[in-house]
Design a binder for this molecule. Structure first.
Ligand code: NI
Ligand code: MN
Length: 217
C-alpha cells in the first residue's frame, strides 16, 4: 500500500481503495498537489470541522463520487451538498466498501461536532490518523486495542501536540511506524521532525515525508 503526504495533515492511502484523509490543499502553502489533479477517490475522511482538515474534502467527493466519512455533523453538511456520506461518531466502526473505519477520541475543538481521530483498516493494515489532538492517556487504549501498523501524529505544537508530547504519544500508541504531520505548513506550527525522531528512538520507526513524498507500507 502506498502512503503519500499531501501536506499539513492531509494524506492519501492507496491500497485496494483510494482514501484521502483531511485533504486541505486550496490555501495550503505546503500542499504538494492541487485538487484539480485528484481525479479518483473512493473514500474521503474528515477528522474534524476545521478548515485545515475539511479543506477540499467536499469538492473532491463531488468530483470523484467518493464517500465522505466524518462525525455526524460533518456528514450532515456533506449530505446537504448532495455528497454520498457515512456519518458516525466516536467509538463507532463502519465498513465502507470493505474498508473498516473506527472513530476515536481526539483532544481538541471543532466548529461543528467534536474532533476525532480514525483508525483505518484496509488490506490487513491498521493506520491511525490522530487528527488534531493533545496528548491524552486515552491513546494507551488505542495502542492496546488497535496496535496500529502506522500512525500519523501531529507535532506542530500550538494547536496540537508538540515534539515532546508527540514522542510520548508514540509510547502510548504502540505504533510500529509513525509519520509526523501538521507542522511547518505555517510559521506558527514549525517543528523539527528530526528532534521528534530522536525522542521516539527505538519506540517506533519514524518516517519523515515531505509533502508529495510517498512511502510503501
Ligand atoms: Ni483543528
Ligand atoms: Mn489543524
Amino acid at each position: 500500500m502506498e502512503i503519500t503526504l499531501l501536506g499539513h495533515a492531509g494524506v492519501k492511502i492507496q491500497g485496494s481503495k483510494t482514501i484521502y484523509i483531511d485533504p486541505f490543499l486550496t490555501g495550503n502553502p505546503a500542499a504538494a498537489t492541487s485538487p484539480d489533479e485528484i481525479t479518483e477517490a473512493d473514500i474521503v475522511i474528515v477528522t474534524h470541522y476545521h478548515g485545515d482538515h475539511l479543506g477540499d474534502a467536499f469538492s473532491i467527493c463531488k468530483k470523484t463520487g467518493a464517500t465522505c466519512v466524518g462525525i455526524h455533523e460533518v456528514s450532515v453538511d456533506a449530505e446537504a451538498e448532495g455528497i454520498t456520506t457515512e456519518g458516525m461518531n466516536i467509538g463507532g466502526t463502519i465498513d465502507v466498501e470493505g474498508v473498516k473505519i473506527h472513530m476515536v477520541q481526539a483532544l481538541h475543538s471543532a466548529e461543528k461536532g467534536d474532533p476525532a481521530g480514525v483508525v483505518v483498516e484496509m488490506d490487513g493494515k491498521k493506520i491511525y490518523h490522530a487528527g488534531d489532538t493533545g496528548l491524552t492517556l486515552d491513546m494507551k487504549l488505542i495502542g492496546e486495542f488497535f496496535k496500529p501498523d502506522l500512525s500519523f501524529i501531529p507535532i506542530g505544537d500550538r494547536y496540537t501536540m508538540g515534539v515532546p508530547s508527540a514522542a510520548k504519544a508514540v509510547e502510548f500508541i504502540q505504533t510500529k511506524k509513525v509519520i509526523p504531520v501538521h507542522y511547518d505548513t505555517f510559521p506558527i506550527v514549525s517543528a523539527d521532525p528530526e528532534d521528534f525522531k530522536r525522542r521516539v528512538g527505538d519506540l517506533a520507526e519514524v518516517v519523515i515525508l515531505k509533502p508529495g513524498e510517498s512511502y510503501s507500507l
